[in-house]
Write a protein that binds this ligand. Sequence first.
Ligand SMILES: *Cc1c(COP(=O)(O)O)cnc(C)c1O
Length: 228
Amino acid sequence: MNQNQLVKNLDEIRNTIPTSVRLVAVTKKVDVEVMKWVYEQGIKDFGENKLQEAINKQAQLQDLNDITWHFIGHLQSNKAKKAVESFAWIHSVDSLKIAQRLDFYAQQALNEKVIIKKPQVCLQVKPLPDDNKYGWTTEQLWNDLPLLQELHYLSVRGLMVILPLGLSQEETLSTFKSLKVLQEKIKDKGYFSDNFNQLSMGMSEDYLYAIEAGATMIRLGRVIFNDS
Ligand SMILES: *Cc1c(COP(=O)(O)O)cnc(C)c1O
């Protein structure tokens, strides 16, 4: 990809989003050289969905020590330990089982001072039926909240969603708004010590709707790295 194009893409995006919304640059399959250009433009939040790819890039970019790494992919149980050690944020916690494993390894990593801060996590929800996606249905999530609340080594910060393909603009906006309502309900019930204020939603195709509905973090790949 061409550096001028990247700068132009980023400028255009930043002109359309409020500064209060955290822009996570999704850099899966993007070279570290291109990631350095993104960093030079002042982006410090990088999102990856494959653990090993991310760890390799982290090693190559270790001099850029103020990057915040976000894990956004489906996590297998056997990778929970590495995920906790390598990512400040995990957006894609999608089951009670994986949450409990992350909590277990977070306790270990905190004790051994491998990490100094609790992992910040979002709970991935599936507001509409979608065979291809992981996450809690709203009903399952309400069932599991009391147990999630018991996890003391994760900082549970909010909800994350990936919408199914093919929704109309109205459906997109209304679904994002329903996520905002759900997040506020959970917060109002007093779960997670009042820290439950994040909404990780919005990708290249739908981020403006997500922001309109109250997204606090958007995860953008193609609109940043698009060459045309
Ligand atoms: C790839 C990916 C993104 C970015 O998608 P784009 O359409 O390229 O903006 C966001 N979130 C998740 C979970 C992803 O896997």
